[in-house]
Ligand binder design. Structure first.
Ligand code: GA4
Length: 332
């Protein structure tokens, strides 16, 4: 049994039982989108954590649960059925393998592009009620795009940028290269998670290359974020809220003011974790560089060389999951 997992990484379970955890579990910023102070609080959260939780988001619970139920139905199918939607290169069903450079995790997933102009998705046959599945994904992704854009507009306001849609327009663009991921982390056999006090890695540590990611999970824990001092903080699950990650592209556009948050998922639970993530990205041809409207102080150094999203993506797909992908674009 143990041999079957030997290729999947483990990590010390340092953040679930210590006092440190009790002390820090309240620190994840919670942003009430209806709070008049929300803009300022979001900026602080993006600087300090690159991560925050969103409440009063206005997304109907039905939009979420209808899709979650279909996803669970899919993941409950037999392996033979699920494999009909594989491989994920890059879109489709994937099992344990993440990307194409040798990364593995205790996870299975479905990956979609949200761009209807790309034909990739049409070639994925999702066993079961494919039409219903697609319709629910479409509805959900729409809601995520709207919320993601709302947050990006609040960020622009919080940064005192005149053009409110300077970031959100990239997600709204019909050519926006965004994607959507459904992850299923099966329960991890008890024996393995307690093996020498280590947890099995569900999804290895990484940052997201896009602008922002909107994460929703069921009530099972597992997500951890890396704090500035390098310690890992477990994020208590909350199926009624969303979690926002700052991605690499937003770190660049903010000229390093915001942190692209490193995060990972540990399979430390006896229950399955199901997460649904919208990755808001720019059009492939979009130039990503520190926003000129932020660079008006003459002594502020430009930290990154300009690149197109297409260049960054190509470079990212050549990296291992845990690599620091932005280091190649830092201005020396
Ligand atoms: C991380 C964020 C998204 O899940 C993702 C991932 C992608 C994949 O699973 O195919 C990547 C990873 C992610 C970054 C580096 C490359 C590409 C796996 C990998 C090793 C869909 C994305 O856009 O980048």
């Amino acid at each position: 049994l143990v041999e079957n997992f030997s290729h999947i990484k483990t990590c010390k379970n340092n953040s679930t039982s210590s006092d440190h955890h009790d002390h820090t579990s309240n620190v994840i910023p919670v942003i009430d989108l209806l709070d008049p102070e929300a803009n300022t609080l979001i900026i602080k959260a993006c600087q300090e954590f690159g991560f925050f939780k969103v409440v009063n988001h206005g997304v109907p619970i039905e939009t979420i649960t209808k899709l979650e139920n279909e996803a669970v139905k899919f993941f409950n199918l037999s392996q033979i059925e699920k494999d009909k939607a594989s491989p994920a290169n890059p879109f489709g069903y994937g099992n344990k393998r993440i990307g194409s450079n040798g990364d593995v995790g205790w996870v299975e997933y479905l990956l979609f592009t949200t761009n209807p102009q790309l034909t990739h998705n049409n070639s994925i046959t999702i066993p079961g009620n494919s039409l219903l599945f697609r319709a629910l994904v479409k509805e959900y992704v729409n809601a995520m795009r709207n919320m993601g854009c709302m947050v990006l507009e609040m960020i622009a306001e919080g940064l005192n940028i005149e053009q409110k849609n300077v970031l959100s327009r990239m997600l709204r663009d019909e050519k926006s290269d965004s994607c959507f991921r459904l992850n299923h982390y099966p329960p991890c056999p008890e024996l393995l998670q307690t093996l020498s006090g280590r947890n099995l890695i569900g999804f290895g540590e990484h940052t997201d290359p896009q602008i922002i990611s909107v994460v929703r999970s069921n009530n099972t824990s597992g997500l951890q974020i890396s704090l500035k001092d390098g310690t890992w903080l477990s994020v208590p699950p909350d199926p009624y809220s969303f979690f926002i990650n700052v991605g690499d592209s937003l770190q660049v556009m903010s000229n390093g003011r915001f942190r692209s948050v490193r995060h990972r998922v540990v399979a430390d639970s006896l229950r399955a974790r199901v997460s649904m993530i919208y990755f808001g990205g720019p059009p492939l041809s979009e130039k990503i560089a520190p926003l000129s409207c932020l660079m008006e102080e003459p002594d502020e150094q430009i930290l990154y060389n300009e690149f197109t999203w297409s260049e960054y993506k190509m470079s990212a797909y050549k990296t291992r999951l845990g690599d620091n992908r932005l280091s190649l674009f830092e201005r020396k």
